[in-house]
Write a protein that binds this ligand. Sequence first.
Ligand code: AMP
Length: 475
Amino acid sequence: MTASPAGAPPTGPAFSTLPLADHVLANLQRLGYEHMTPIQAASLPLALAGKDLIAQAKTGSGKTAAFTLPLLANLNPRRFAVQALVLCPTRELAEQVSQEIRRLARAEDNVKVLTLCGGATMRPQLASLAHGAHVVVGTPGRILDHLGRESLVLEALNTLVLDEADRMLDMGFADDIAAIAERCPPSSQRQTLLFSATYPDDVAKLAARYLHEPQEVKLTERHDASRIRQRFYEVKESERLHAVGLLLNHFRPESTLAFCNTKQQCRDLVAVLQAEGIVALELHGDLEQRERDQVLVQFANRSCSVLVATDVAARGLDIARLDAVINVDITPDAQVHTHRVGRTGRAGESGQAFSLASMDEMGRVGRIDEMQGSESVWHPLAELEAASAGDAASGPLRPPMVTLQILGGRKEKIRKGDVLGALTKDLGLDAACIGKIDVNDFSTYVAVRHDVAEQALRGLNAGKVKGRSVKVRRL
Ligand code: AMP
């Protein structure tokens, strides 16, 4: 993935204009947060004054800090009780949010942040809760489960955050959210912050029910045109899927998210790309949590070039760096197009967005232009064909890494260092050939560079990790 030298930092007012303690400001500076993003500039003054908020913001806008700083300001670290709860639609987002809270809480003494999500085993969660936590981040189902068991008590809660409220409602969490809110102190005795990318009626209803005299913060969503380059290509229906391969082989982005309007189109596209030698995986709703994790691990560790998904399947997916987004089909909803495209070029990185449109989809493109307030830029498909034919020597796009799965994880007490040790000390591989290592409960995934994959696979299978023989396979 490309680094972000061109990344323009936010240019809003400085954090030092906010009523924040010196140690908090110093920590922000250490993190490289000097100026506020638009959503932070609009919401922090109100939220730090204790107001309830309905804020329209999407992932990548800096919204996590926009609710975390108020939540931390309300917190008393010396009081050992859950004082803040953040509800998120998915485990991936919850984990991301917990990480950001931990970074921002570094300035405080010992703030404990706990992530409670479904799909993870219950026992470690119960043990962590027994040790006490100040901030809990989780998905509604699992939070409710803990409330039912009384392993989680929210009597001391002073901040409730509903993150990506629209997605939580889309995923059918309305009843769970209601049941959780019932177990919190009344809305007049807590601060409630609701963040949502869109603001449909059901979100408005949710806000009316659980927020106390809320202030609304709305920003018209606009991409920074200097960071995201959008190109449109006119295609015939028969050439659409093949055109995706042409785009990938021409522009050679390391990580691409390709959106299709239907599941069938996703399946067809993955088949076409795989046949062309491109490593593509589909993310769909029928995957079990373990399979979903496996797909996301491969994408994040750079051993899968393209993730193919419908808008529904990509909900809650939070990918830090994405070089390109491809709209394989044009969505009928212009706002959805803007969200899709906004997945790339985040946090100062530059990104590219490619859209394939047939004659039948030109009306949709017109609405997108209208909403974005700019004319779409068109390029001929032939431009790509010429370029990739002339560049045949470079072959199909290949991801830089390969994932090896070690059958054994946290349950076997395997840690990252054990795997790194086995590869570098025992097998003598250069640490530069080894990428991300993800240790899950029962499996460990390690990304290794192509040229050493065979050696690593054979070596690990023949040798030991943590003093034990392990089974390893290539994904
Ligand atoms: P979020 O929308 O909360 O997922 O944030 C997107 C990314 O922007 C995260 O990687 C944050 O660490 C980063 N970020 C948030 N606020 C700022 C800021 N004011 N200055 C620089 N980076 C920021």
